[in-house]
Ligand binder design. Sequence first.
Ligand code: B12
Length: 224
Amino acid sequence: MDRRECDQEQLLVELGQSYAKALIAGDEVAAEHAVRDALDARLSTAQIDDEIIAPALWLVGRLWARGEISIADEHLATQISLRTLALQREAQRTTRGREGRKVLLAAPEGEIHVVALQMVANLLRDGGYTVLMLGGDVPLDALAESAARHEPEVICMSATMPSASDRLTVAIHEIQKSWPGAGYVLGGRGISSRLRPRPGIQLCRRVSEAVETADAMLKRADFN
Ligand code: B12
């Protein structure tokens, strides 16, 4: 077993224990928490079903057979598990809903810091988006041309250097001339107070806000 498999095995054991404890306590919130953690850790539906939910229900069955919990406790544990199955389906539906929706990522010319942008790309890809990562130091005309060619619904850009902030504004202006259909998700410590959020342009402080912000942008576009 390699390191990754070992970590995953350990995580499954821990989440399995938390989930079982939650079922026995009749604690729906704690049970959902365990399943959300499993989903966040990218455990598969099969792993969650076979190695977290099923063993916990077997334990509940054994406790009931030994007279340690009541039939009502067993029913409650079952209802909680049925709800967590619905939660799993909902998470999959959300991911599928993002399939085929394109997000383009770039840092404008002169900006070579791209670690945060790569994190955003990973999060979006994991969330089901189709990701087009152009990387750092992308000339403005090349950026506008790429946007016009690929027609992404969302464009994520990053500015770490203070000088890059105004270039984001110019980039948006340039892109809008050739591809007006995108919303913008911007981040980075270089962003100045001159760049203000407005409809179609959102600022994020953390990479973890990117997926939610892109989702909100698409929802808005769908309603228009
Ligand atoms: C790694 C690094 C580099 C690498 C970059 C490699 C690469 N390919 O990315 C190298 C060595 C090449 C480099 C070069 C330079 N760097 Co440098 N670099 C850093 C360092 C150490 C880490 C930056 C980083 O990756 N952070 C990790 C990420 C995850 O965090 P973050 O960028 O802050 O992003 C957070 C948020 O801002 C937000 N976010 C950011 N972008 C986005 C985008 C979206 C869409 C979203 C949703 C969120 C989001 O999410 C993150 C948190 O969740 C910082 C130190 C520091 N204090 O930041 C200096 C730093 C940024 N660099 C600095 C400088 C000065 C330079 C150079 C000019 C140095 C030189 N004289 O050559 C050059 C050229 C820079 C240029 N033209 O772009 C300064 C900037 C100072 C300033 N504000 O003016 C810093 C702060 C170092 C310092 N203390 O002086 N650098």
